[in-house]
Design a protein around this ligand. Structure first.
Ligand SMILES: Cc1cc2nc3c(=O)[nH]c(=O)nc-3n(C[C@H](O)[C@H](O)[C@H](O)COP(=O)(O)OP(=O)(O)OC[C@H]3O[C@@H](n4cnc5c(N)ncnc54)[C@H](O)[C@@H]3O)c2cc1C
Length: 416
């Protein structure tokens, strides 16, 4: 069923009895050409592009819970392509371009809002680093503007410019960055994939990977054994667990990342702001709540819940940036399990097990990657070769030393 002004008017006039479920809740079949493990944004986008761009229909997405229950429905919805390294610029800008036409492509309102992402700087050294990143972005065809303190003040006069412990000197602005409604992305891709014949199987946990003669041949699940010619893993925070099922030890750690929403207030922040002297980022949802987050909890965990010291740390960042935020009450907070790679960049590649492919290592920034990740993973699964936009995201870079250390932090996942 296509969504349009006409279908909305028709259903409004007929008591809204004509709407149909957006996707089929499929039962698993015994065999598929391709099985994607993980019904998050990346798994669903991969299935959608496999069907749409490569005409592959014997595809299933297996999700242990309900779709959207993972990080795709837990993130702070920020999308941007303000990276430094060429491999990352190329990939994330490709993603940004896909975001820009996503709603028309999916015929689904994902509330793509290019409201601008502003990274604040608070020292000369940070300004120089941001100028360098902005120049790299522009060389890569990405929009970037370096703002001075007065230009930032004109945009956000309520920030603490005059008495701050870390005075704001300026910021790097990407106007095309912004936010997208996270769970609408999962629903939109699920609907598009299901319409094209993909089976989306919920409540189906993969408990084992069947390897025969060194080749992946299927998966064991809580709903029975499913054979497949190819298997793609897109399980975010559970990547190391799934890898282990195939005998792989992956360069990925799982960490908790928390997010917070305050009570609703009148429109205040019309873009995304990140604090450069600590870790704090904030935007305002269409319902009026301030949506914010900060650092990882700092130790490995598979538990999707956070700890109070990090709550305090994130709120301190907020208070340092805009002290009036202290008057607001936090309504909700939650945690997600993020798949931190050793260099902070992702992996879209084959694995040493034939027929088993890996999409992971998204750290705390994989939501913005969703369209490009799905597009490139689908390309890899369908053609057996990496897509040029993701050619740098090889698994063997951790063995050869060709790391994509965007932040220059070294192999310390909790710092990326
Ligand atoms: C609090 C928070 C804030 C974030 N903010 C941002 C942001 O502002 N911008 C940004 O770009 N990124 C952000 N991220 C990161 C982003 O959300 C993730 O990188 C991205 O969503 C991961 O990809 P996914 O959507 O496919 O993951 P998920 O939605 O987690 O999908 C993986 C799925 O695999 C399923 N699964 C796991 N194991 C199995 C199994 N054995 N069998 C079957 N299914 C299984 C899980 O249930 C899950 O649904 C944030 C993350 C968190 C936690």
């Amino acid at each position: 069923m296509r969504y349009s002004a006409l279908s909305l008017a028709w259903n409004a006039l007929t008591g809204h009895r004509g709407w149909r479920p957006a996707w089929r809740d499929a039962d698993p079949k015994d065999e598929y050409d391709i099985v994607i493990v993980g019904g998050g944004g990346h798994g669903l986008a991969t299935a959608y592009y496999l069907a749409k761009e490569h005409g592959l229909r014997r595809v299933a997405v297996l999700e242990k819970s309900w779709i959207g229950s993972g990080n795709v429905g837990r993130n702070t919805t920020i999308v941007r392509s303000n990276y430094l390294l060429p491999e990352n610029i190329r990939f994330y800008e490709f993603s940004m371009k896909l975001w820009e036409r996503l709603e028309q492509d999916l015929n689904y309102n994902a509330m793509v809002s290019q409201r601008g992402v502003l990274n604040l700087y608070h020292s000369d050294a940070q300004r120089d680093a941001f100028a360098r990143r902005g120049n790299a972005m522009r060389l890569g065809g990405v929009d970037a503007e370096l703002l001075d303190r007065e230009a930032v003040r004109r945009l956000y006069p309520f920030l603490d410019f005059d008495h701050a412990r870390f005075p704001i000197q300026g910021g790097l602005l990407q106007r095309r960055g912004g936010t997208v409604r996270h769970d609408a992305v999962a629903w939109g891709y699920a609907r598009g994939a299901s319409d094209r014949g993909v089976d989306i199987v919920q409540n189906c946990e993969v408990t084992g990977i069947i390897v025969e003669g060194g080749r992946a041949a299927g998966v064991e699940t809580t709903r029975g054994r499913i054979r497949a010619k190819k298997i793609g893993l897109a399980v975010a925070g559970n990547t190391s667990r799934l890898g282990e099922m195939a005998g792989l030890r992956l360069p990925i750690e799982s960490h908790v990342l928390q997010a917070f929403v305050t009570e609703a207030v009148k429109p205040l922040i019309d873009g995304v702001i990140t604090f450069g002297a600590g870790h704090f980022y904030v935007s305002q949802s269409d319902k009026g709540g301030l949506v914010f987050g900060g650092d990882l909890d700092g130790y490995g965990s598979y538990a999707a819940r956070g700890n109070l010291p990090t709550v305090e740390d994130v709120c301190e960042g907020g208070m340092a940036l805009m002290p009036m935020i202290g008057r607001l009450r936090i309504l909700r907070s939650w945690g997600g399990i993020v798949d931190m790679s050793m260099d902070g960049s992702p992996i879209i590649d084959r694995t040493p097990v034939d027929g088993l492919y890996l999409n992971g290592g998204w750290c705390y920034g994989g939501f913005k990657a969703t369209p490009a990740s799905g597009w490139c993973f689908a390309h890899l699964l369908a053609k057996g070769e990496p897509h040029p936009a993701a050619a740098g995201f090889r698994l063997d870079r951790f063995a050869t030393g060709h790391l994509l250390d965007e932040k220059g932090q070294g192999a310390t996942p909790n710092l990326h």
